[in-house]
Design a protein around this ligand. Structure first.
Ligand code: DGL
Length: 270
């Protein structure tokens, strides 16, 4: 049964941890009047190495929490959860729900001229094959080459965006991709946009990097407009951050993702 959606209700966003804040940052820019409740599953991160069943279970639990906060829509900011759980969540969720795969795949399909697209993501996202399938739905002529880059996540969490070690790891993962002459590379993980400079140096100026956060924010806006539930309030928006583990580490590291400090971080057990 679809719920009555209140325009003043918050948008719910979730991720396995901090990374989804790259999407929140874009929401702040594109939808500055909207209230946001963010859930970072910091107790159970990473999702990128876990099975489909586990990711679905975790995602369901988080959506339940967000619905208790009366969210008017849900954004699955995590690429791994979007790849493995979104189809299931869409069938169950009583409010509109969007993920990050389609906006990124569509943008890449529109961007590529050589029809050779690379995807870098977590192991579980690559294994799901979701990005590759959606890319082919948007353009059947596209040839897709995927590469998991598991070490990028801890390097970003450490703040080593342009560190020498990060550059070496990037070469290790990306040199083979580069030699395949792709012209477009999807940054298929919440953390990778923070490594744009390093990745771009390795891939060279001819490769377009696709970061779906902007497109996701646009899709959220279109959805809210379509349902007529954009927040009409003139007051400053309220932001609440829920985490399943220690709030202080999240608060400290969030600055790197949002470029601004945050308050209102609360621990929430699942
Ligand atoms: N948020 C995850 C993603 O976008 C990356 C971190 C993790 O493995 O949980 O796939």
């Amino acid at each position: 049964m679809p719920r009555h959606l209140d325009p003043q209700s918050p948008i719910g966003v979730f991720d396995s941890g901090l990374g989804g804040l790259t999407v929140v940052k874009e929401l702040f820019t594109s939808l500055p009047k909207e209230n946001v409740v963010y859930f970072g599953d910091t107790a159970r991160v990473p999702y990128g190495t876990k099975s489909r069943e586990t990711i679905i279970r975790y995602s369901r639990e988080i959506v339940e929490v967000l619905l208790k906060y009366k969210v008017k829509m849900v954004v699955v900011a995590c690429n791994t959860a979007s790849s493995l759980a979104l189809d299931v969540l869409k069938k169950e969720c009583p409010v509109p729900i969007v993920g990050v795969i389609d906006p990124g795949a569509q943008k890449a399909a529109l961007s590529t001229k050589s029809k050779k697209v690379g995807i870098i993501a977590t192991q579980s996202t690559v294994k799901s094959g979701k990005y590759a399938r959606r890319l082919k739905d948007f353009d059947p002529k596209v040839h897709v080459i995927s590469q998991p880059c598991p070490l990028f996540v801890p390097l970003v969490e450490e703040g080593w965006f342009e560190h020498d070690i990060t550059r070496r790891v990037a070469h290790e993962y990306l040199d083979a991709l580069k030699s395949q002459n792709i012209d477009t590379l999807i940054l298929g993980c919440t953390h990778y946009p923070l490594l744009k400079k390093t990745i771009s140096r390795v891939m060279g100026p001819k490769v377009t990097l696709i970061d779906s956060a902007r497109e996701v924010a646009m899709e959220v806006k279109t959805t809210l407009q379509g349902q007529n539930i954009l927040n009409p309030d003139k007051k400053a928006p309220r932001y609440l951050y829920l985490v399943s583990d220690e709030p202080d580490i999240f608060k400290y590291r969030a600055v790197r993702f949002l470029g601004t400090s945050i308050r209102n971080v609360k621990r929430c057990s699942l």
